[in-house]
Design a protein around this ligand. Structure first.
Ligand code: HEM
Length: 147
């Protein structure tokens, strides 16, 4: 489910692929598509946001883990989150964000991921953009499939 201040809520589909090669950084690609009634020229299946990057897990203090997530977006924004892993929960709460002159005015975002019942991956992304306060933009629950 997606939405934002002044944007009517919408449903989207998503496929995320994590790729592991034994080293401590997982490759990450996310594709999304419109999954609601036709609106603003979008039909069910029309491509929406995509993002790609790496999730790098490092030992933290007190036996915990630190995760560094580097993401690139096709609309002129790149982000690095530094977060913590606690059990099956990942809090990406410290965010560096850079953008080109033509990119939308996104100033900060915060993400929470967790493995929930049945092994699903649930997440919530809050965003501060266009001069509006930090608030929910996206949340979803994804089922795991393996090739
Ligand atoms: C699951 C991934 C995402 C989906 C499905 C998604 C979808 C959408 C949709 C449908 C809109 C409203 C229509 C439009 O303006 O195009 C929107 C607006 C927006 N999105 Fe996303 N988005 C995603 C990820 C992101 C990310 C990662 C960022 C920032 C880094 C972002 C930043 C924005 C901004 C700034 C707006 C405009 C907000 C406003 O006008 O107030 N989106 N998004």
């Amino acid at each position: 489910m997606g939405g934002y201040e002044d944007i009517e809520g919408f449903h989207y589909g998503q496929e995320i692929t994590f790729a592991a090669d034994g080293r401590p950084a997982l490759g990450y690609v996310s594709h999304t598509w419109w999954a609601d009634e036709p609106r603003d020229g979008r039909e069910p299946g029309s491509p929406l946001a995509t993002e790609t990057g790496f999730w790098r897990v490092q030992p933290g203090e007190d036996g915990g883990s630190v995760v560094e997530v580097t993401l690139a977006h096709p609309f002129g924004i790149a982000e690095i989150y530094v977060g913590t892993v606690t059990g099956t929960r990942v809090d990406l709460d410290h965010n560096v964000l850079i953008r080109t002159a033509t990119a939308r005015d996104v100033t900060r975002s915060v993400r929470l991921y967790g493995i929930v019942e049945g092994g699903d991956l649930a997440y919530a992304i809050d965003m501060e953009a266009e001069g509006k306060p930090l608030q929910s933009h996206l949340s979803a629950r994804l089922h795991r499939v393996t090739d």
